[in-house]
Design a protein. Structure first.
Length: 346
């Protein structure tokens, strides 16, 4: 590989040596090498590849891709085998695999039509990935009792409250966080009651029996759109066995925190109903969905970063984050009320 190759100036010599060594296993002679987010874009004549590094040799994407295609889900990149017909290359205690490069852009979540296309993609993926099991895939089973999980988070909030009450000198952030603890604790109580009054344990058992899969990282950077408006789902390293509404709730919650939507229930309802028109949800699942959406994950994570992990952000950054959360409370409460009314949550 001594011929002239166009290189990304940000690539280190070590990275380049690694890439060259890996590409030899594929008989790929690159004309251009670029870093794009966490992957490398490898251009060769009329074909472009995506090279990705992972921590271990558990490439779930390679193993599930054939299963998905056999079930009619084609919205995936093509996985490329090495010249020795292997799925990956091991180099310096890391593993690398190559797929075709999706020549497109990331999904624009500010475009509601693209959001609707994404939610249809998620529902289709959920249906067509169900039942997949290979021991070598080592897909993690999220064996969480969410009632216990939520209770543990509430207990952490209690601990933060005690810590702050004992703190002699409090910052502006400390005061703001302290006075919001009781409110968010009550939100957790309501989420727990929703789970207890649903048939949650039944759905949890179904995950194991039916091998129900979640993408667990369904966000704009993993949803690509080509020039023909075809949508592709990438990054299968995060796959887990879990109830589908958990994937859906994470997606809806992320969208609702965006300024364009600001907990607009009508937007969420349209997305949820579109999902349910493809992968049908029942009343118990709507209860579970609301429990996951209303759980104050951002508030709990912010407390953990401040009081457990002691993340070294400046005070202004902490204040901006807590202010943004507190400013959205009114809209969130209206969202919850409208969700309960529309989906007839008892």
């Amino acid at each position: 590989m001594n011929r002239l190759v166009e290189l990304d100036s940000s690539l280190s010599e070590k990275e380049l040596n690694t890439i060259k060594s890996v590409l030899k296993e594929y008989n790929i002679l690159p004309e251009k090498i670029e870093r794009v987010r966490s992957v490398y874009k490898i251009s060769q004549k009329d074909f472009i590849y995506c090279l990705k590094k992972i921590k271990d040799n558990n490439n779930k994407g390679v193993l599930i891709s054939e299963y998905l295609k056999n079930n009619g889900f084609y919205n995936l990149p093509e996985y490329i085998k090495t010249k020795n017909n292997k799925d990956m290359v091991k180099y310096n205690n890391s593993y690398y695999y190559i797929t075709s490069w999706i020549n497109g852009r990331e999904c624009d979540f500010n475009d509601f039509d693209e959001l609707k296309s994404a939610i249809k993609l998620l529902a289709d993926f959920h249906i067509k990935s169900e039942g997949f099991y290979m021991k070598t895939a080592k897909i993690k089973y999220v064996n969480k009792n969410w009632v216990t999980q939520f209770t543990e988070e509430k207990n952490k909030l209690k601990a933060y409250k005690v810590l702050l009450e004992r703190k002699k000198i409090k910052t502006t952030f400390d005061d703001a966080y302290y006075f919001a603890i009781d409110y968010y604790s009550s939100r957790i109580d309501y989420a727990i009651n929703l789970l207890k009054n649903s048939n949650y344990t039944y759905f949890a058992k179904q995950v194991l029996e039916k091998k129900i899969i979640c993408h667990d990282s369904f966000y704009y950077q993993n949803i690509l759109i080509d020039s023909s408006k075809n949508m592709f789902l990438i990054d299968m390293e995060s796959l887990v066995y879990d109830i589908h509404v958990y994937d859906l709730a994470k997606f809806i919650r992320r969208i609702m925190f965006k300024g364009n939507y600001s907990w607009n229930f009508n937007c969420a309802r349209e997305l949820i109903d579109l999902y349910s028109s493809i992968n049908r949800l029942n009343n118990d699942e709507f209860k579970i969905l609301l429990a996951f959406i209303m759980f104050p994950q951002k508030f709990c994570k912010l407390g953990s970063k401040r009081y457990i992990k002691k993340k070294q952000w400046n005070e202004l950054k902490y204040i901006k984050k807590i202010d943004r959360l507190l400013e959205s409370i009114k809209n969130e409460e209206i969202f919850i009320e409208e969700f309960i009314k529309y989906y007839n949550i008892q």
